[in-house]
Design a protein around this ligand. Structure first.
Ligand code: MF3
Ligand code: CO
Length: 266
C-alpha cells in the first residue's frame, strides 16, 4: 500500500504544479491518467460504481462550492460530454486521486488556491488540512475512531471560535477503510456522534484508513447536483477537502500517501 500511496502523491505533485488560471479541469484529468499509467498504476476512480452509477473520470476535481466528487471536463457521463472549465484566479480546486498498484489502493486529496485567493479562503484550506493531521496524530494501537473524529471536530470548532468565522464540518460524507478495495469498512466519520460512540472501534496495527475531512466556509449542509455525483454546499460558499491514506503501526501511524522521498504533498 506504500507503493500505491507513493504513486498517488507523485500524481498529486504533478497535478498541483499545473494548477493556475487558464488550466482546465479536463487538462488535470488527462494529465492524471497519463501520469498514473506512466507509474505503472491504474486510476481507481475510473468506472468505480457507487449506488449503480459509474464514475466517469480518473480523478475528482471540485471547484469552489463543490465539496467532493466534481467531474472534470471532456469526460463522457451518460450520453453527454461534460463541458470543460478553465480555472480562474481566486478559486480553490480540490483534486482527489486514487491509484491501484499491484492490486492495492491509495487515495488522497488536496485543495489548492488558483493564483491569489482571499485570506479567508486560505485560512479555510489551512483549517481543513490541520484538522486532517490532528486526526492522523491520534492514531496508535488502542486509539479509537472517536478519538480521530473528536480531534478533527475539535480542530474545526476551535478555529471557528478563534476566528469568529463559520466553519461547517461536512457530516454527509465520511472517510473509509481501504486495502484491496477503495472503500472498505469501517466508515470513518469526521465528527463524534452517539452512533459513533455506540459502534466505536479500537484500532490495531495493520488497520489502514482513508481520512478525509471536508470543511465549508459557511454551513455544513450539502446537496448533490443532478449529474448524480457533484456535491456542493447548499449556501454556495467555498469548501475544502484534504485526504490521506494512513496505516496504524506499532509506533503510532504511517501516512502512506507520501512522495518517494517521504515528504508530504499536504
Ligand atoms: N476519495 C473519494 C472517496 O473516497 C473519491 C471517490 S470518487 C469515486 O469517496 F468516484 F471513486 F467514487
Ligand atoms: Co477517499
Amino acid at each position: 500500500m506504500r507503493e500505491a500511496g507513493r504513486r498517488v502523491a507523485d500524481t498529486l505533485t504533478t497535478l498541483s504544479a499545473m494548477v493556475r488560471p487558464g488550466v482546465t479541469t479536463g487538462d488535470l484529468n488527462e494529465a492524471a491518467g497519463a501520469r498514473i499509467r506512466e507509474l505503472g498504476g491504474t486510476p481507481s476512480f475510473f468506472g468505480y460504481v457507487v449506488d449503480r452509477k459509474r464514475y466517469p473520470a480518473n480523478i475528482c476535481v471540485s471547484v469552489d462550492e463543490e465539496v467532493v466528487h466534481g467531474i472534470p471536463g471532456r469526460c463522457v457521463h451518460g450520453r453527454r460530454e461534460v463541458p470543460d472549465r478553465a480555472l480562474r484566479e481566486g478559486q480553490v480546486v480540490s483534486i482527489d486521486c486514487g491509484v491501484i498498484f499491484e492490486g492495492w489502493q491509495g487515495d488522497s486529496a488536496v485543495t489548492l488556491p488558483v493564483g491569489q485567493v482571499s485570506a479567508e479562503v486560505l485560512d479555510l484550506l489551512e483549517v481543513c488540512r490541520s484538522a486532517l493531521w490532528a486526526g492522523l496524530r491520534t492514531l496508535r494501537p488502542g486509539s479509537r475512531l472517536s478519538d480521530l473524529a473528536g480531534a478533527i471536530e475539535g480542530t474545526v470548532r476551535d478555529a471557528a471560535r478563534g476566528s469568529g468565522r463559520d466553519y461547517g464540518l461536512v457530516e454527509d460524507f465520511v472517510g473509509h477503510g481501504i486495502g484491496r478495495a477503495l472503500h472498505e469498512p469501517p466508515q470513518v466519520p469526521n465528527y463524534v456522534s452517539r452512533e459513533l460512540r455506540r459502534s466505536d472501534l479500537v484500532l490495531q496495527p495493520g488497520v489502514v484508513l482513508a481520512v478525509e475531512p471536508m470543511v465549508n466556509l459557511g454551513s455544513k449542509r450539502v446537496r448533490t447536483l443532478r449529474d448524480g455525483w457533484t456535491v456542493v454546499t447548499k449556501d454556495g460558499a467555498p469548501s475544502a477537502h484534504f485526504e490521506h491514506t494512513v496505516a496504524v503501526t506499532e509506533e503510532g501511524f504511517e501516512v502512506l500517501t507520501l512522495r518517494a522521498d517521504g515528504s508530504a504533498t499536504h
